[in-house]
Design a protein. Structure first.
Length: 341
């Protein structure tokens, strides 16, 4: 049994997990919550630095409680988010990962945070070769695997959908994270307000939509619920349209939803309806695997270790803008995909 320790801390959530091929042995986390506004990178990094020893210790205690035979020498490698993410947060967690790798004398594996979201979703849902809609704070992309890499078929031209929701939420005076609070307000709406619908080919844009939503609330302070509803309907329709187009272009019949914004029930409903209309299959993992978590980092680290893909210490520098299509996917191949279809 291969056992990987994973560390995640790209933004506000710090998490550590132990994962094997079959299950999650243990996981612990600590979440930074800003007193006002959005995530402050330096404050988040300070939180991670102060909490990481306790998080790892709690995770190891949990592993011992779940399996009395567990010992540190059973850990085969330590994986960490090499990027993308907030630089100060990435550097803090990478330093801890290097220290664990050196002290335990085990390999170090730097993983791409975006691809970790995808692979934990495939693992949990059993999706074989899906079109992926990856939506988080800073990222909004439609991807699919082809010829050794996850290819980006469409993406945001400005800000991610999560950041757009958070910016609008702050304008409403709502605390971080704003997405769930906007979803709750949207459920109380009675009217739809026209909003800018911006899809350009396979790409989309959210900054103009966020500005229009702010202006609509300023003009109609009593219509907050309607504006929240209209914001969601417009943004999610844009994402669903591009995802459907990607399915058509590639001839694929699976969609996997990944990333923290994927927890939104309305977005899930739109994608499910679209897939059912096309005779396709829609997959979304449990909520705990949608947000940033140590399990996804550990699981991708396991896939990489099993394909002899590790990170030398002198190549373990963090990459704040690490794109998923920069990664050589050594753990998948075309023959496996076609055999599993």
């Amino acid at each position: 049994m291969t056992l990987i320790l994973g560390l995640e801390g790209t933004a506000w959530n710090l998490s550590a997990a132990l994962v094997s091929e079959d299950h999650v042995l243990s996981e612990a986390e600590s979440t930074y919550r800003p007193n006002y506004g959005g995530i402050h990178p330096r404050e988040a990094a300070q939180h991670h630095a102060a909490e990481i020893k306790d998080v790892v210790s709690r995770m190891l205690r949990g592993a011992k409680e779940n399996n009395e035979q567990f010992s540190l020498d059973q850990i085969d490698a330590v994986a960490f988010s090499q990027g993308p993410g907030m630089g100060p947060c990435l550097r803090t967690v990478a330093t801890a990962a290097r220290a664990l790798s050196l002290s335990l004398k085990i390999p170090l594996i730097g993983v791409n945070h975006c691809i970790a979201h995808i692979e934990v979703g495939r693992w949990q849902c059993g999706a074989k070769d899906p079109v992926v809609l990856y939506v988080s704070g800073a990222n909004s992309q439609v991807l699919s695997y082809r010829a050794g890499r996850y290819r980006v078929l469409g993406e945001t031209l400005d800000i991610g959908i999560g950041n757009a929701l958070d910016k609008f939420a702050r304008h409403l005076g709502l605390s971080h994270p704003g997405g769930p609070k906007i979803e709750e307000l949207a459920s109380k709406a009675s009217n739809y307000i026209d909003m800018p619908y911006i899809v350009k080919g396979m790409d989309f844009s959210f900054s103009g939509l966020a500005t229009a939503a702010k202006d609509a609330v300023d003009a109609h302070p009593d219509a907050k619920a309607d504006v929240c509803h209209s914001f969601q309907e417009t943004a999610f329709a844009m994402l669903t349209e591009v995802t459907e187009r990607a399915m058509g272009h590639l001839g694929k019949d699976e969609v996997l939803l990944a990333g923290g914004v994927g927890a939104n029930n309305r977005l899930q409903q739109m994608l499910l309806t679209m897939c059912e209309d096309r005779g396709g299959r829609f997959y979304v993992p449990a909520k705990k695997f949608l947000g940033d978590n140590g399990t996804m980092i550990a699981y991708l680290g396991l896939l990489m270790l099993n394909s002899d893909n590790t990170t030398p210490l002198d190549q373990s520098q963090v990459r704040s803008n690490y794109r998923p299509d920069d990664v050589d996917v050594t753990w998948r191949n075309e023959r496996t995909i076609h055999r599993n279809r």
